[in-house]
Design a protein around this ligand. Structure first.
Ligand code: ZN
Length: 182
């Protein structure tokens, strides 16, 4: 069992578009095992490879006991119905905010052996695959919050214990977000 360090907001790897997996080898199997172990240790619902500092398009999930992984995920179609729910991220410990997401989504990709797989997600599974696939594009859930909620999230992040461990980069804002508190 190998539990690795989870990268926090501010680490540039979280803002990097991850590379497609092209080699389905022992190294990939180890990555999926490490993601699974680290996700379970952190009691997370999902974990994406960039969160372990590996810029590859892979994530793992454990949604209500359904444990799996997806390599090179592609999402769509999405349902028109949206769902409410609180969302958080292991790379932003202790931060959780309401975020509407499509209630259902189809995710296609590959398993660790390179075989094609599809996951039809609804509810938490849908939220999880959307959140984790975002990670592979350098997108964090805070980017998707509405303006007012995002402001509250930024404040919570500034006040978080782990804030300032690396220079944070938050998209969609021209202003420095982690200046001195007033
Ligand atoms: Zn996350």
């Amino acid at each position: 069992m190998t539990v690795r360090e989870i990268r926090l907001l501010g680490d540039p790897v979280l803002r990097t578009v991850a590379d497609p997996v092209t080699t389905f080898d022992k190294e990939l199997r180890r990555l999926v095992a490490d993601l699974t172990d680290t996700m379970h240790e952190a009691e997370g619902v999902g974990l994406a490879a960039p969160q372990l500092g590996v810029s590859l398009r892979v994530f793992t999930f454990d949604v209500d006991g359904e444990v799996g992984h997806l390599v090179n995920p592609v999402l769509g179609p999405f349902s028109e119905e949206m769902m409410d729910g609180e969302e958080g991220c292991l790379s932003l410990p202790g931060i959780a905010f309401e975020l509407k997401r499509p209630d259902r989504v189809l995710a296609v990709g590959q398993n660790v052996h390179g075989d094609p797989v599809a996951i039809e997600g609804s509810g938490l599974m849908s939220r999880c695959v959307q959140h984790e696939t975002d990670h592979l594009d350098g997108v964090l859930f805070i980017d998707r919050l509405d303006r007012i909620t995002k402001k509250a999230a930024m404040k919570a992040i500034r006040e978080a214990e782990w804030a300032g461990q690396a220079a944070p980069v938050v998209k969609a804002s021209p202003h420095p977000l982690f200046g001195r508190a007033r």
